[in-house]
Design a binder for this molecule. Structure first.
Ligand SMILES: Nc1nc2c(ncn2[C@@H]2O[C@H](COP(=O)(O)OP(=O)(O)OP(=O)(O)O)[C@@H](O)[C@H]2O)c(=O)[nH]1
Length: 249
């Protein structure tokens, strides 16, 4: 065999090795499921959209069931995938999906609207709902007051929100999904969570579960499916028939 022929034989091996390395890296990427909960209209969709798509959505509609958004982030040279479950605040749109929300959750973001006292007063109810679904008390939880841009309409002052956050061992963030100047702030909220998560959970390889959330087969909700296929529709679709997908960015 000539030298040239030997080289030809070895080349595919090298390619195989490098593709194995890539595959190994991919399968070791960790995915974290974060649920975002709170009353209807507090801005859960806008916050997750701002973080994942980098802008305030042109229009939003009441979420039915759940919407998903994902973003890869780098923390200390490790790529993590944050999978945000933007849940419906309205009870009538939650019923069919609730069991999916609370399975294999790695972190929770509780959102209230700083201009609406009732959304703050309802927070104990959201915490109780997490407890009822046996959410691990050790997972990171953060408390977010949204719509801070509406400065003349603030109803929940920082002291009050901070006391509540302290009493539940959660950090408080006050922000605005709408205000472009606070875009970095919204990023910082989720990056804080990413840092906490990085050191908190064992590896969830992609090959174990396509979506990294450890579902059993019959629990899988394909985040790439249209809302219709997932059995979900946006509220206004009932009226105008608009089709909607996941994050449009
Ligand atoms: N001024 C202001 N308005 C906001 C902000 N975030 C959201 N909104 C508005 O609040 C309304 C509700 O926002 P959504 O993000 O759909 O609220 P949600 O909590 O997802 O509501 P559900 O899907 O019903 O649970 C929309 O009209 C948004 O434009 C914000 O930071 N500032």
């Amino acid at each position: 065999m000539t030298t040239e022929q030997k080289t030809e034989v070895r080349k595919p091996e090298k390619e195989f090795e490098s593709s194995v390395t890539v595959l190994e890296k991919q399968t070791q990427r960790r995915i974290f499921k974060i649920i975002v909960i709170g009353d209807s209209n507090v801005g859960k969709t806008c916050l997750t959209y701002r973080f994942c798509c980098g802008k305030f959505p042109d229009k939003t509609e009441a979420t039915i069931g759940v919407d998903f958004r994902e973003k890869m982030v780098e923390v200390d040279s490790e790529n993590l995938k944050l999978q945000l479950w933007d849940t419906a605040g309205q009870e009538r749109f939650r019923k069919s999906m609730v069991q999916h929300y609370y399975r294999n959750v790695h972190a929770v973001v509780f959102v209230f609207d700083v201009t609406k006292m009732s959304s703050f007063e309802n927070m104990p109810g959201w915490i109780e709902e997490c407890d009822r679904h046996n959410l691990n008390k050790e997972i990171p939880r953060i408390f977010v007051g949204n719509k801070c841009d509406m400065t003349d309409k603030i109803a929940v002052n920082t002291n009050l929100a901070q006391k509540f956050a302290d009493s539940h061992n959660m950090p408080l963030f006050e922000t605005s999904a709408k205000d472009d100047e606070k875009a970095n702030h919204v990023d910082a909220i989720f990056m804080t969570l990413a840092h906490k998560l990085k050191n908190s959970k064992p590896m969830m390889p992609l090959h174990l579960s396509q979506y990294g959330t450890g579902y059993q087969n019959n629990d899988i909700v394909n985040i790439n499916d249209s809302p219709e296929r997932r059995g979900l529709r946006r509220a206004t679709q009932d009226a105008d028939g608009n089709k909607d997908g996941n994050c449009a960015c």
